[in-house]
Design a protein around this ligand. Structure first.
Ligand SMILES: *Cc1c(COP(=O)(O)O)cnc(C)c1O
Length: 368
């Protein structure tokens, strides 16, 4: 089967060998190329079945959507405004667009998903707000990166900086500490910038830091959060949280105009009830992190192998000789090498410990 071409991602020669065929279903071995290879977690599946009963009002005017929004407000301990979008590209792009005029700019890392993997959607939905990219060799943004881009020019010819976006955890699987987020937020306040957080794997960051969602966001100075549901165990869906309700003005129209208002909204809002009220959101994040740590520990013990980045969330970036990577491909493992040439492995709620152990054993055997 041909692998899908993914913009910016070097596509390896993927091979999918069916393990067995059962009742007409082709069962293939679990892969860790991405955390969105995973299916829907049981808590979400269960609540979707409940939401499927009967008929309810459309376009979000229903009890499931109210309850999901209230679950967010309870979890975050604040009266935030909550919106639902189909995916992270839409959530990020619309959130950033809502914070900008077309002549404004958004400061981000050169590793940021908004820069590398959203096909220009942030610029498109903001009618031209430019991304100002910090050209550093690390995925985290630091106050000095922000200050440099925000203060290097102040003339009319430069797109006026208005927002900073950080990814928590980063695209390289690293986690900003609360102190780092607060320092960024302080810099933003001082420079008159808003702070947006791309939390496609927000749950993994909460699990990694052992902090509350409030501590990592509004209490640290984050204005708007995109909270990822898809990689956390949903089929589809991200939530956009505005901690300052004034910033949410007109956002419902923005979602509708961008094709992000689900008519059968309950099927993208009820899943959040399943994740948040059961605590599955955090358990799922923790499981992904634990799986990554299990693999990382085995890798670091092998001479000749190393981690490209510290495995602080649910990602492992393996740096290994090309012979090892090719050997892994031959053994049927799928992975991307689009960040720095190493092999990326990502773990979701469903990562099977035996399969993680098998990957580790294959890596060890190839490196020996
Ligand atoms: C997966 C991901 C997103 C969302 O991607 P979509 O494919 O648009 O859902 C956003 N940011 C980061 C860092 C991601 O990894």
């Amino acid at each position: 089967m041909a692998a899908p071409a993914i913009s910016g991602h070097a596509t390896p020669p993927f091979r999918t060998e069916p393990l067995y065929v059962q009742k007409g279903l082709i069962i293939v071995a679990q892969q860790f190329a991405s955390d969105n290879y995973a299916g829907i977690c049981p808590e979400v599946w269960d609540v979707m079945q409940q939401a499927n009963a009967g008929s309810v009002p459309a376009y979000g005017d229903d009890e499931w959507t109210n309850r999901a929004s209230d679950s967010f407000r309870t979890l975050f301990g604040t009266q935030c405004e909550v919106f639902f979008a189909f995916n992270g590209t839409a959530a990020n792009s619309l959130a950033l667009a809502s914070l900008c005029q077309s002549y404004n700019s958004v400061i981000c890392s050169s590793f940021a998903h908004v820069e590398t993997d959203e096909c220009g959607a942030p610029e498109f939905f903001s009618n031209g707000s430019k991304l100002l990219v910090a050209r550093t060799d690390h995925a985290k943004l630091f106050p000095e990166d922000i200050r440099a881009l925000a203060t290097c020019r102040s003339d009319i010819h430069y797109p006026k900086p208005k927002v900073v976006t950080i990814t928590q955890p980063t695209e390289t699987g690293e986690v900003y500490s609360l102190a780092e987020i607060r320092a960024i937020a302080d810099t933003c306040r001082e420079l008159g910038l808003r702070l947006h957080m791309d939390g496609a794997r927000f749950a993994n960051a909460c699990a990694a830091l052992g902090c509350t969602p409030a501590e990592m966001t509004w209490q640290a100075g984050v204005d708007v959060l995109c909270f990822g549901g898809t990689k956390n165990g949903m089929a589809v869906g991200e939530a956009i949280l505005f901690f300052d309700p004034a910033l949410a003005e007109g956002f419902d129209y923005r979602c509708k105009q961008a094709g992000q208002l689900a008519s059968k909204m309950r099927f993208i809002s009820a899943p959040w009830v399943g994740l948040l009220e059961s605590g599955a959101w955090l358990r799922n994040g923790q499981h992904g992190n634990d799986s990554a740590r299990a693999l990382a520990e085995r890798i670091t013990a092998v001479p000749g192998l190393s981690l490209m980045f510290p495995a602080q969330a649910n990602a492992v970036f393996l740096k290994a000789p090309e012979t090892v990577l090719e050997g892994l491909r031959e053994r049927g493992w799928r992975f991307y090498t689009f960040i720095g040439g190493g092999a990326r492995f990502m773990f979701a709620w469903d990562a099977a410990p035996e399969r993680v152990a098998q990957l580790a054993a294959d890596i060890e055997a190839l490196a020996a």
